[in-house]
Design a protein around this ligand. Structure first.
Ligand code: NAP
Length: 244
């Protein structure tokens, strides 16, 4: 992956940061991103101290302007985008009877429409090079549903249909598009859950531990590699067996 340019959305912490670090350690030039320019700059400079080729761009990928700013920034800095990891995501959980329209809209806008904007902004760079890897981070709840997450499950299921379509439209340009569906990964997002829910989740995981960002990053590394060039339109579940 030496010299490939990767953009990882939502990578100031958690899964995105683990993905960015792993890709950079494997020779990629990586653009990391979050909504805060200040935070992303300080993380980028910390990683640069370890000799990694990383730059930070603060941009809100919910909007076309934000996504364009991020992808154009990557193109201006390093001449194109080879690997796009659509990772940025939020949750606004509520039982359906109580779910507000704003909670629905916010989650769909970030988790699904943000992916549309970032992919739109990157795709021409990939088609020009006749090489590309699009890796979209969904969730096992996009496959199974989950009480309290009608908005999040809908967005995560939408990602799967979106990715399978991209795989068919861009296969002829040597661009692959795949989904990773993580299970329960220890990050700030899952920190918010009560101890009781965490215990219930753990009891359902055959491998008897929560996942780490690195577990997802290793799958991204593989899907982004030359060796994964004949895999497209797939949903790779990385969940310790949770969805079983
Ligand atoms: P996290 O710790 O909450 O990190 C989310 C990242 O996204 C942060 O860097 C955040 O930075 C950024 N972000 C949020 N909204 C953004 C926006 N509009 N524009 C740009 N950046 C934005 O979440 P995580 O647990 O690592 O999750 C990462 C992805 O994996 C998400 O798509 C999530 O749905 C998915 N996932 C997570 C789990 C899990 O168990 N953790 C399971 C399945 C799937 P700022 O807030 O500073 O903008």
């Amino acid at each position: 992956m030496k010299g490939k340019v990767a953009v990882v959305t939502g990578s100031s912490r958690g899964i995105g940061l683990a993905i960015a670090r792993t890709l950079a350690k494997n020779g990629c030039r990586v653009v990391i991103n979050s909504r805060s320019q200040e935070r992303i700059n300080s993380i980028a400079s910390e990683l640069q101290k370890h000799g990694l080729e990383i730059t930070g761009i603060g941009a809100d990928i919910q909007t076309k302007e934000g996504a364009d700013q991020l992808i154009q920034g990557a193109i201006e800095k390093w001449g194109g985008v080879d690997i796009l990891v659509n990772n940025a995501g939020i949750n606004r959980d509520n039982l359906f009877l109580r779910m507000k329209e704003e909670e629905w809209d916010e989650v769909i806008q970030t988790n699904l429409k943000g992916m549309f904007h970032c992919t739109k902004a990157s795709i021409r760079s990939m088609t020009r090079k006749k090489w590309g890897r699009i890796i979209n981070i969904s969730s096992v709840v996009g496959l199974t549903g989950n009480p309290g997450q009608a908005n999040y499950s809908a967005a995560k299921a939408g990602i799967i249909g979106f990715t399978k379509t991209l795989a068919q439209e861009f296969g002829g340009r040597n661009i692959t598009a795949n989904v990773i569906a993580p299970g329960f990964i220890e990050t700030e997002m899952t920190d918010q859950l009560s101890e009781k829910i965490k215990e219930q989740m753990l009891a359902r995981i055959p491998l008897q531990r929560f996942g780490k960002g690195e577990d997802i990053a290793e799958m991204v590394k593989f899907l982004a590699s030359e060796e994964a060039g004949y895999i497209t339109g797939q949903v790779l579940i990385v969940d310790g067996g949770l969805a079983l």
